[in-house]
Design a protein around this ligand. Sequence first.
Ligand SMILES: NC(=O)C1=CN([C@@H]2O[C@H](COP(=O)(O)OP(=O)(O)OC[C@H]3O[C@@H](n4cnc5c(N)ncnc54)[C@H](OP(=O)(O)O)[C@@H]3O)[C@@H](O)[C@H]2O)[C@@H](O)CC1
Ligand SMILES: Nc1ncnc2c1ncn2[C@@H]1O[C@H](COP(=O)(O)OP(=O)(O)O)[C@@H](O)[C@H]1O
Length: 516
Amino acid sequence: MKKLYFGTSVRKAEAPLIASGASALLMRRAAWGLAHHVLAYLSETAHGAVYGSRVVGLIGKGKNGADTLWALSMLAERGVSVEAIAVLGNPEQNAQDAVSAFHRAGGRFVTALGQRTDVVIDGVLGTGASGPFSMSAVLAQRGIDRPRPETTVIACDIPSGINADTGQLDGDTLTATATVTFGATKTGLLLSAGHQHAGRVHTVDIGLQEHLSSQPTVWCPDPHDVTTCFPPPRATDYKYSRGVVGIIAGSEAYPGPSLLCSRAVASCGIGMVNLIADPETVPSLRPLVLGDRPETVVTAAPVPQVTSLVIGPGLDDTSTSRQRLDEGLDHAVEHDLPVVIDATGLDLVDQGWLDRLRLGGTSSRTAPTVLTPHLGEMSRLSQRFVGTEAVPATIGGDKDALAWATALAQATGCYVVLKSADTVVATPSGQRGLHPAQSADLATAGTGDTLAGLIAVSLATAWTRTNSPVTEHQVLHHVLAAIHLHGAAAVSARHAGPVSASDLAPAVRAVLASRG
Ligand SMILES: NC(=O)C1=CN([C@@H]2O[C@H](COP(=O)(O)OP(=O)(O)OC[C@H]3O[C@@H](n4cnc5c(N)ncnc54)[C@H](OP(=O)(O)O)[C@@H]3O)[C@@H](O)[C@H]2O)[C@@H](O)CC1
Ligand SMILES: Nc1ncnc2c1ncn2[C@@H]1O[C@H](COP(=O)(O)OP(=O)(O)O)[C@@H](O)[C@H]1O
């Protein structure tokens, strides 16, 4: 997993260095990093020509603008023709050293972008941005055209106006081809509007690591985590040692999720899939799932070897579904097993259950309970268990997703996986994870049922493979790995055309096959 930091944390980490007079040094390191990446993009985009190419910086009134001016000076030394446009404030007043260096290098201030601009550097606002910001309005006020769509835009540290903690943007900004960010990868670059506008993120080390170590971290999964958390079987394995996932999903009204969930679990190579569906009360599930995968073990109650449970996809609001949920949760509590609660299960679970399911709750539980709401379900859960107002469920909306998930995790004592284009995870003690959107192909019915199954597999693996008690951080790791596998499966399935939820299970196998 990679570590991400809030923008405010990076600013706190810089503070002691700035106090000791190292501000100019940090800025120079940042500018070198920015210039280096601009040169690389020029080599790719300006017909391989660095000499004679033209780079224009949009300059604000803070240090972000100063960084950009220093980087332009360095580019000038490599034969790049550099110009700057003051779009906010007067850099002469706030960044005199940088302006002098820029002039010395042959740079000049202009008032228009000009016909041929190879790269535009967005140096208007960095981590000091606050409140509303409209790049369109700021440019229009000065009679400056927006860069043409084909122009390479490189954001200095973060696209202007983006909140470096939350990724939120109150207004509009330029969509960058790439962002060159300093000190650490900021959460705001991989979340919400920040993720949509940052383009490719390059992180430049400016010597903050030691000072960042005391700052809170947000964990981000990578492909290696899938390899670790979804391992191939060991030579000595047998079916029960690989884990058994119990599934309480599907109803007479919505039978499909039982199949989607079973397929997802089976596609990971688990020891056994146990669909818990009494033929007396939900008669259609058994033939449906057995017709698809005869190896599924369908029982009225969980088999004793169950290692983790997923409860909720496709349940309806009937007494049968409620009873199935109650029996499944009872089993999870009694045997201290990890349980993933998804979809209707989230609406059926009540405070009494949460008191028993929370870590160290009335049942002295040690195994995790993972709640996997989408935005609408999250809004309802927050109203019921945190006491917050109803929130309109729009992707990229004005909610700080990490803070929202953290509040619910702390209130419920459960792990929360808040699913939208970006997915965030919060643990009961406040550890956090973030999986930036990987594939919008997941925006289709049934993909959440698949994810719930993958998380249950990953937790079953943690439970069967780890001898010592599984830590909260290990649970976070396994949950994030499952989310990454889900996204990678959507990317893989895309190669064959538009994706539906049924395509994900075969794609999960393909992704795992490619990881060895
Ligand atoms: N510290 C260091 O040593 C290092 C820092 N580094 C660099 O510094 C950058 C942060 O610099 P920064 O703190 O000067 O903030 P920055 O974003 O450039 O501008 C703030 C100015 O903008 C204004 N403003 C704010 N919001 C606004 C809005 N919505 N609309 C309009 N105006 C708005 C605000 O005005 P105010 O609201 O305060 O009146 C203030 O004047 C960071 O991203 C990185 O590039 C690196 O070099 C590494 C070393
Ligand atoms: N635009 C998007 N980009 C990336 N992932 C998305 C997007 N929209 C939805 N997803 C993902 O798709 C899944 C949808 O889950 P959910 O809404 O519970 O679906 P369902 O209940 O139909 O199974 C989640 O994992 C979510 O993160």
